[in-house]
Write a protein that binds this ligand. Structure first.
Ligand SMILES: *Cc1c(COP(=O)(O)O)cnc(C)c1O
Length: 340
């Protein structure tokens, strides 16, 4: 195994730690340049960049995992690459090729291998690819130039001292418009979520739940994660809506539920006044894999699922199976693991 930097992995949180190298590629005159690794963690961009004024930017998030035998795995990076292309099309930015995206992620992990936390620490190397509109421009129009970049930062285990359920409250605010940019991972969706998040935290909740913006009757997102519930007859259910961000973790869990746990899987409406149909519930995304939901507060009533203190058995099994696949302990479905 490579030399590993001296970090107390178990104490790491989710904050920026400057690593040695990042990847950067420029788009100009209709094409991407060949791209390069650089030690400079500052961007030098025009003050008139569309990314700064009109939110023309998108991002991704994925992790590198150390396996038991010291290898490094990326989990479904081609899905992040494809999703970034979808985001780019929605806000008129040039797509970065899928193979080049995956290669850039691998280059960044290799160049920073000393920062990939050891197997079993629970810590991982988080990768943050992003694509932004830059160059001199004043009017509301697509930028004349673009930057694609990937940096990484080691992050700690999401649950320190074991997985435990948390409570959420339903927000009166919307995170996206019915036919807006909710399904694109674009920065513009997130500034508006800071205030509802802060209000939820002040009320003693982990984060807020957003309902569908058209009718406010259906569950859409749990903060910046997707929702799933396990029905009393053991089905994995997750909401379907054009304003939900399509979580790669969610689609992976659907396949794990079906193929590894033999469950039925449904992607359909989840009504906020029918939470009784679920025995367990959780939020899913790259950061935590699964955050078990203890209860959801809606109109002054707290609806508790399995327990406010204990993790339900199906939620735990889903979590252990997906984590096992990510670190290479459990055989992954074809194409899910990219070895660095
Ligand atoms: C990134 C993100 C998710 C989770 O997606 P993953 O691909 O599973 O990491 C869910 N909801 C929102 C709003 C997101 O930005």
């Amino acid at each position: 195994m490579e030399k590993i930097v001296d970090i107390e992995w178990s104490k790491l949180g989710f904050s920026y730690i400057k690593t040695d190298y990042r990847y950067i590629s420029y788009w100009k005159d209709g094409k991407w340049d060949e791209g390069t690794l650089t030690q400079d963690n500052r961007l030098h961009i025009s003050e008139a960049s569309t990314a700064l004024h009109y939110g023309q930017q998108c991002f991704e998030g994925l992790k590198a995992y150390r396996t038991k035998d010291g290898k490094v795995h990326l989990f479904r990076p081609d899905r992040n690459a494809a999703r970034m292309q979808d985001s780019c099309r929605r806000i008129m930015m040039p797509e970065f090729p899928i193979e080049r995206f995956v290669d850039a992620c691998k280059q960044v992990v290799k160049a920073n291998e000393a920062y990939v936390p050891p197997y079993g620490s629970g810590a991982t190397l988080y990768l943050r690819p992003f694509l932004i509109g830059v160059g001199d421009n004043l009017g509301v129009r697509p930028a004349p130039e673009f930057i694609f970049s990937v940096f990484c930062s080691p992050v700690g285990p999401y649950f320190k001292g074991g997985m435990k359920p948390v409570n959420f409250s339903v927000s009166d605010y919307d995170r996206a418009a019915p036919y807006g940019t909710g399904a694109a991972k674009v920065g513009g969706n997130y500034a508006g979520s800071l205030m509802p998040h802060e209000a939820a935290v002040k009320g003693g909740f982990a984060d807020c739940i957003y309902l569908d913006p058209a009718t406010h009757k259906k569950v859409e997102e749990v903060g910046a994660a997707n929702f799933f519930g396990i029905t009393k007859d053991n089905k994995f259910v997750t909401p379907k809506s054009p304003s939900i961000l399509p979580s790669i973790t969610k689609y992976s869990l659907m396949q794990v539920a079906k193929d590894y746990l033999g469950m039925e899987v449904e992607e359909r409406d989840v009504f906020i006044d029918a939470l009784d149909e679920f025995a367990e519930a959780g939020a899913c995304g790259t950061a935590a894999v699964i955050t078990p939901i203890g209860g959801i507060k809606y109109k002054d009533k707290l609806h508790v699922f399995y327990s406010e203190t204990e993790v339900g058995p199906v939620t735990r099994k889903l979590y252990e199976t997906l984590c096992g696949i990510q670190v290479g302990d459990i055989t992954a479905p074809e194409g899910w693991i990219a070895e660095v």
